[in-house]
Design a protein around this ligand. Sequence first.
Ligand code: HEM
Length: 149
Amino acid sequence: MDDLLLDLVLAIAHHFLAFLLAALIAVELALVRPGLGTVDLARLGRVDSAYGGVAMLLILVGIGRVVWGLKGWEYYVYYPVFWMKMAAFVAIGLLSIGPTRHIVAWRRAGLATVPDAEVSRLRGWLKAEAAFLALVLVFAASMARGVGY
Ligand code: HEM
């Protein structure tokens, strides 16, 4: 595959996965409502697994863009905005550990209804993830244009 085509394919996959991740956070927020019960908890479990899978693919494709992208890896590794984007992405990963552990525990315990206080805590985490995702996009667009290089 020629370099330009590879760069294009990786960029398309990267955007696709990034939008998918945003959509999955939105679906999680729509499911995590007061009165969250068994059926939505099962849906939430599946959505959360998909979320983990998409995040992993995003990392792989992202690394692919660093290694095989047209600018070359040297462009990114000495570039603070790239590392700011990585830090914001890691923050999303860390914020998602709590929700995943809770969802698994609630499903294992066979809870009929999740207590409202827990639901509201989970929504807080998900909103924080969405806020960091917005930050990732700001850094991504800045990084693509060499802002602060
Ligand atoms: C939530 C996770 C991520 C989101 C939402 C995201 C989003 C984006 C977006 C929208 C762009 C295009 C920017 C533009 O052309 O204006 C981009 C570019 C890029 N991203 Fe990501 N990204 C994420 C994670 C990653 C990761 C984990 C890596 C690397 C390990 C990575 C590496 C790159 C690279 C190398 C580019 C190309 C920038 C350029 O054109 O110079 N991304 N990202």
